[in-house]
Design a protein around this ligand. Structure first.
Ligand code: 5AD
Length: 400
């Protein structure tokens, strides 16, 4: 049987799309999946265009694949190379010109970055419920709703009206077997009362929210066309903390947007202190072809971007460590995912998405147990199963 290797870059929408491509190509037994690029008859690179580095990665991977294709041809095999995702969308035929090794360029039909994927679309509630019910029946315990602006969701409700994300979450909270719900990525402007109420009412909705702010300066936020101010962002955070005091926020930041002054940047540092994020991704602004900001004459010098990024990351790390420290000694619910770093250990995720390493039997994979946090690593927490849980497990293990 022919072998398929799919490599996905970038965001969670791409991961989802890559899984769907794999499902489609393997469901009628046209292909079987392989983790080894060298064995593949069809390679699909599902690409990301968000920053220049992401796009360039694809071309260096294509360089490697050119070598493999030569070897395959010599061995009498035909290797098909396809490029899908956002680089394909943005650069199209240009890819084939720059990398003749590519046989197929796929255009996306799903929404991600407006420039590469077009306007967002909302699937009907019934279709999402059916998909989640299927997943739950197959043993899935945690579901993350994904979309570039997932909280702008406005799909058809089951009664024919229009649903909000809050409404959808309420509906999904009733699906048997689903123990945890999340959604990502959200826009601060689209956090409405339904969504706040969902965080108040639904125990299965996890107390962690990725809410990109990008900048703490109103001037820069306006220039970015973000359509929210610093005060509005802080207000959203406050409203969610009122109904769910233990909610942890993570965020994304861009430093060195065209025209960003030292004062603007200090406003960004201030919002890190004001919110106390549990973690954040931060990036130097990368001019992207075709976007208005790339045309501006007031681009920031790379040394300035680098210096601001280092200062920002120092503060983000400080707050992330403080948040993790605040978990020490606490009892956290952990959903176990897979074997951990050392023998006998499992790794799972806390409600706040932190990886937690615990000595635990493999029978706990796919289940939630209470763990007492004993120690902090650089990227994960360490803990011990609560005694009751450990005893139940031992009894289950001996058939008692
Ligand atoms: N330059 C740098 N970072 C960017 N992001 C989006 N566009 C750019 C760009 N041109 C960052 C934002 C976004 C994250 C996914 O990538 O912070 O939230």
């Amino acid at each position: 049987m022919r072998k398929l290797h799919v490599k996905s870059y970038g965001c969670q929408m791409n991961v989802y799309d890559a899984n769907r491509m794999t499902d489609l190509l393997t469901s009628d037994s046209s292909y079987v999946e392989t983790g080894a690029l060298e064995e593949a008859d069809l390679v699909i690179l599902n690409t990301c265009h968000i920053r220049e580095k992401a796009a360039e990665k694809v071309y260096s991977e294509l360089g490697r694949i050119r070598q493999l294709k030569r070897e395959a041809t010599r061995a009498g095999r035909h290797l098909i190379v396809a490029v899908a995702g956002c680089v394909a969308q943005a650069e199209g035929e240009e890819i084939v010109r720059r990398a003749p090794v590519v046989d197929v360029v796929v255009f996306c039909t799903f929404c991600v970055v407006p420039y590469t994927r077009g306007a967002e679309a909302s699937r009907p509630v019934a279709a999402i419920v059916a998909e989640v019910e299927n997943l739950a029946r197959a043993g899935v315990r945690e579901v993350t709703l994904i979309g570039q602006n997932v909280n702008a969701y406005h799909g058809r409700a089951e009664d024919g009206g229009q649903a909000t994300l809050g409404g959808l979450l309420n509906r999904l909270a009733d699906v048997a077997g689903v123990l945890r719900l999340r959604y990502t990525t959200s826009h601060p402007r689209d956090v409405d009362e339904d969504l706040v109420a969902a965080h108040r009412d639904l125990a299965v909705l996890m107390p962690q929210l990725h809410l990109p702010v990008q900048s703490g300066s109103d001037r820069v936020l306006a220039a970015m066309n973000r359509r929210h101010t610093r005060a509005e962002y802080l207000d959203v955070v406050a409203r969610l903390r009122t109904v769910r005091p233990d909610i942890a926020f993570t965020s994304d930041f861009i430093v060195g947007f065209p025209g960003e002054t030292e004062e603007d940047f200090i406003d960004t540092l201030r919002i890190v202190e004001d919110v106390g994020f549990a973690g954040a991704f931060s990036f130097k602004y990368s001019p992207r072809p075709g976007t208005p900001a790339a045309e501006r004459g007031d681009q920031i010098a790379d040394e300035v971007k680098r210096e601001r990024l280092a200062r920002l990351q120092e503060r983000i790390d400080h707050h992330q460590r403080a948040f993790n420290r605040s978990c020490a000694g606490r009892k956290l619910e952990v959903l176990f995912e897979k074997p951990g770093r050392i023998a006998g250990q499992l790794v799972g995720r806390s409600a706040y998405l932190q990886p937690v390493q615990v000595m635990a039997p493999t029978s706990l994979i796919g289940q939630i147990a209470t763990v007492r946090i004993t120690d902090l690593g650089s990227n994960s927490l360490f803990g011990e199963l609560e005694r009751a849980e450990a005893r139940d497990q031992a009894l289950a293990g001996t058939g008692g």
